[in-house]
Design a protein around this ligand. Structure first.
Ligand code: GDP
Length: 424
């Protein structure tokens, strides 16, 4: 069976912790999209880690970590990350990298930076990790697959073609130095050496694994609202963040993904620009940001302060629907223990009409939040292990959210640690 762990909203819902936790009962953990642009924070027996490209299950001795074909593979980042965790005392992980994964090139990162500079105030708030230029090239069919590293002659021919196109833009649009074929070939040779020990025909590996009854976990990055098709386009990421894409980005049949664990955050946060109807500002937002997550809501990759807001039932219900969620984990609930009252966004008012359906971007821009205010529980719920032991108003909050999103909340996370979880 294949399980997917995905996010219901803007990302940073706490998927890293849940993947790390579900990794205990998995054999293989696969990243199927995105790159090293977002970060997952994990706290476990080895310490505190921020992972960008390795799957969050990499801390288990019994699991194999896989970088699927759908990932934007930054080879130096992968290697730094492997070294980093080994230096922090984690046993050397078993890693496989798809021979069909494509490579984030240094020029993708440069183009990302140059484009942000060019757009200045109108930028997309990119993390400048080269993800958008990378996926553009992939679909323009000028990306470089890992498998291509092993045929120098045709690789050189391809790189020559790439340089012709890129150098026109570099010279005339960005006024920046041109790319050199020889330099790129040297870089690609270094990449080949780094990645060679890990290269694998991943979909075939997963096919055999499924025949042997192995448990496979797909780990998503970001969340539904950052999906390029179903999210808040154009303020989205460049690869699909949905569990359905796991079939493609890992190479498993769609009907095998039977368990879709969707991580829903007890309040809202977002990094970068884009529609965020239940956003809050000022002291109210600062306090939630300070208390949020594990030591404050600041981007794991960029350190940027996250934008904060109340729980948005409209966005999360939609987020779960497009994921096809079979169950929900509600995270960071412990953070809300300081509030007397907790507003929940239950509808959007658009042109004087209230809707519970999450609209496309044009209408999102003019949507105003409709709140219902729930009583707080004014108690620290960390350390509680049983659902019935939670304060009554806390249970009421959970059950209210469950009714709004229409998916069973099977787990409630009340702290960053691996075992700080309440099963229902
Ligand atoms: P991801 O990208 O979805 O994996 O999420 P992040 O790692 O960016 O953000 C989640 C943050 O919240 C991390 O710092 C986690 O350690 C922390 N976290 C996860 N679950 C909980 C929880 O239940 N309570 C608290 N207080 N922090 C949590």
């Amino acid at each position: 069976m294949v399980t997917a762990v995905v996010g219901a909203s803007w990302g940073d819902e706490g998927k890293g912790k849940i993947t790390d936790m579900l990794g205990e009962e998995s054999d293989i953990i696969v990243r199927f999209q995105g790159g090293s642009n977002a970060g997952h924070t994990i706290v476990n027996d080895y310490g505190k880690f921020v992972l960008h490209i390795l799957p969050s299950g990499v801390f288990h001795n019994h699991t194999t970590s896989v970088i699927g074909n759908g990932v934007a593979l930054n080879i130096p980042d992968l290697f730094k990350e492997i070294q980093g965790i080994v230096e922090q005392g984690v046993p050397k992980p078993k890693i496989k990298v798809s021979d069909r994964a494509q490579i984030v090139m240094p020029y993708h990162i440069l183009f990302d930076q140059y484009e942000e500079e060019r757009l200045a105030g109108k930028s997309f708030g990119s993390t400048k990790s080269g993800i958008a230029p990378f996926y553009s090239d992939k679909y323009a069919k000028i990306g470089i697959q890992v498998s291509e590293l092993f045929d120098e002659e045709s690789l050189r021919e391809k790189v020559e073609g790439i340089c012709v196109k890129k150098n026109v833009l570099l010279e005339h649009l960005y006024h920046k130095p041109a790319l050199s074929v020889d330099e790129l070939m040297n870089t690609l040779r270094e990449y080949r050496e780094m990645v060679e020990p890990y290269v694998c025909d991943v979909s075939s590996y997963l096919f055999e694994a499924r025949k042997q009854g192995k448990r496979i976990l797909l780990e998503g990055q970001l969340g539904s609202l950052k999906d390029p098709d179903h999210g808040i386009y154009p303020m989205v990421t460049s690869s699909s963040t949905l569990a359905g894409y796991g079939a493609i980005g890992a190479g498993v049949p769609p009907y095998e993904i039977q368990r879709i664990v969707t991580v829903v955050k007890a309040y809202s946060s977002a990094v970068g620009a884009g529609e965020f109807v239940s956003e809050i500002f000022g002291e109210e937002a600062d306090e939630l940001r300070r208390r949020g997550g594990d030591g404050g809501e600041f981007g794991a990759t960029t350190g940027r302060p996250r934008r904060m807001g109340w729980f948005d039932a409209v966005a999360n219900r939609y987020g779960c629907r497009v994921q096809g969620s079979t169950e929900v984990v509600l995270t960071v609930l412990d953070v809300l223990g300081y509030l007397d009252e907790i507003p929940v966004c239950v509808g959007y008012e658009i042109d004087g009409r209230v809707t519970k359906d999450f609209p496309a971007t044009r209408e999102l821009k003019i949507a105003k939040p409709v709140y219902e205010v729930l009583p707080g529980w004014k108690e620290d719920i960390r350390g509680i292990k049983e659902y019935d032991k939670l304060p009554e108003n806390c249970r009421r909050y959970i059950e209210f959210i469950e009714k709004e999103i229409g998916v069973p909340i099977k787990m409630v996370s009340n702290g960053p640690g691996r075992h700080e979880i309440i099963y229902r």
